[in-house]
Design a protein. Structure first.
Ligand SMILES: [Zn+2]
Length: 321
């Protein structure tokens, strides 16, 4: 069973991650089994955190798993209509999967909590942290949609702004699709000054423009130069073989991630990154092709920070304070 989930060999030309002298670089990953809900949807996103985490554990990297803090309804309600939040959590209104599943309702505070926990940790260590779940960018201020219920990206951005931990937050959304929900919440809450939201899907988004996009990434990141933090949604559905994609090869997706992490590090901006999209399946019906893409994102992150040591985190104490 475990061998079945071993990551496929990455394409030629990719190098193993660099390590520091001690071979240690703790990578903070905010994961709890409570983030996982099995819903039997076309989208694997609700069950994906566990599969991604299992796959990452085969990469031989020093991952440091920490439990996220689940969010309270009031925290989610900073970015969403509080009635909508209460109705979804109470299973009275349909979620992003189009049902009123108690399992999804139970997982929502944890997935959104993982995003916020990762963002706080990235701000703390100055480099980065990971939430192995979707950013749910189709969820708008008072509505779910497209497999997305609460918008973890905007819940996180709005919470950091409200807490005074950040005065400007960047959202780099590299999913195949436009984050219409993110846009809706920015407009409804009038956060155009405080949130910089960019997605390359319209400007590039075609195989012929792939190399131009990759070359342009350092310039594209300039728009985040005065952000305290960037939330990077490393979507897997721009893959050229994705049924809902795509325009980037596996190698190009890896180069995308590496360029984003290198560029943000050069700018000195911490990054909290998450997963999104990815609807490929192999002949056996597993999402192994999607897991390979998320494996590469993790490798790119480690390589970009290959010589940095993120200090052991007093996160739990800070959160409890
Ligand atoms: Zn997508």
């Amino acid at each position: 069973m475990m061998n079945d989930t071993k990551p496929a060999t990455r394409q030629q030309g990719m190098q193993r991650p660099a390590r520091n002298a001690a071979g240690e670089m703790p990578i903070p990953v905010f994961y709890s089994p409570a983030m996982v809900a099995e819903v039997g949807s076309f989208s694997p996103s609700a069950g994906k955190p566990a599969l991604v985490v299992a796959s990452w554990q085969f990469l031989g990297l020093p991952l440091q798993f920490q439990a996220p803090r689940p969010l309270r309804a009031e925290q989610i309600g900073i970015a969403h209509d509080p009635d909508f939040v209460a109705d979804v959590l109470g299973c009275r209104r349909t979620n992003g999967f189009g049902d009123k599943s108690p399992a999804v309702a139970a997982a929502l505070p944890w997935t959104n909590g993982a995003m916020l926990s990762a963002a706080r940790e990235a701000l703390r260590n100055g480099l980065g942290a990971i939430a192995p779940c979707s950013g749910f960018h189709h969820a708008g201020y008072d509505h779910a949609g497209g497999f997305c219920t609460f918008n973890g990206l905007m819940v996180t951005a709005a919470a950091l702004l409200a807490e005074g931990r950040a005065s400007k937050v960047g959202i780099l959304d590299c999913d195949e699709h436009w984050g219409n929900g993110t846009h809706d919440i920015i407009e409804r809450l009038q956060l155009n000054e405080e949130v910089v939201h960019y997605s390359p899907c319209f400007e590039f988004g075609r195989p012929l423009k792939a190399e131009a996009f990759l070359a342009r990434i350092p310039k594209l990141l300039d728009r985040f130069a005065d952000c305290d933090l960037v939330l990077y949604q490393a979507g897997a559905d721009p893959h050229i073989d994705d049924p809902l994609g795509g325009w980037l090869t596996t190698d190009q997706l890896y180069r995308r991630d590496r360029a984003v992490f290198d560029g943000l590090r050069r700018l000195g901006i911490p990054v909290a990154w998450n997963l999104a999209g990815g609807y490929q399946r192999d002949a056996a019906g597993s999402i192994r092709p999607v897991l390979d893409i998320h494996d590469n994102t993790m490798v790119a992150f480690v390589e970009a920070h290959g010589h940095a040591v993120i200090p052991a985190s007093p996160f739990a104490e800070r959160e409890a304070a």
